[in-house]
Design a protein around this ligand. Sequence first.
Ligand SMILES: Cc1cc2nc3c(=O)[nH]c(=O)nc-3n(C[C@H](O)[C@H](O)[C@H](O)COP(=O)(O)O)c2cc1C
Length: 142
Amino acid sequence: MYSLIYMSAADETLTEEDLSAIWRVSKQKNHAVGITGLLLYGRGVFLQVLEGPEEDITQLVKRIETDPRHCDITILGQQDISRRSFGDWAMAYKTLDDHQTSLLSETLGWDWVPAKLDSLKSPSNPALLMRNMQSILLDSSL
Ligand SMILES: Cc1cc2nc3c(=O)[nH]c(=O)nc-3n(C[C@H](O)[C@H](O)[C@H](O)COP(=O)(O)O)c2cc1C
């Protein structure tokens, strides 16, 4: 089992409907191949975790990288995992509020400006990033 996490800059013209279409198709396609994960969107930035068999993840990332609905895909980390963190979700989805964006911004040491994705470094504490992402998914009051 393999896990990959990346951030990207959303196309500025994306609407709520576009976002839910991305989510709907992702859920369907991931379910069919046993990929799970979490997609977060906030202030023009996507943050996504993908989990599944390594070959399937590699293939999916190649497809996602060519998707014109976002750009500047920046891989933050990828590793073998012994168990999934988002096993119950073919693709969980959440729009971030300002508080959650700030929390993740702090965790990443990055100022959350889509145009500055090239200055984003792999997180110094990847476990904390995953924990914060899980908390955001599970607790809307965070
Ligand atoms: C931010 C973002 C995240 C995406 N996540 C997934 C995903 O988890 N699974 C997936 O199958 N497609 C995902 N997609 C959509 C793919 O890029 C692609 O459009 C979709 O898989 C359909 O591919 P196809 O037209 O080759 O069948 C995502 C797209 C974007 C912009």
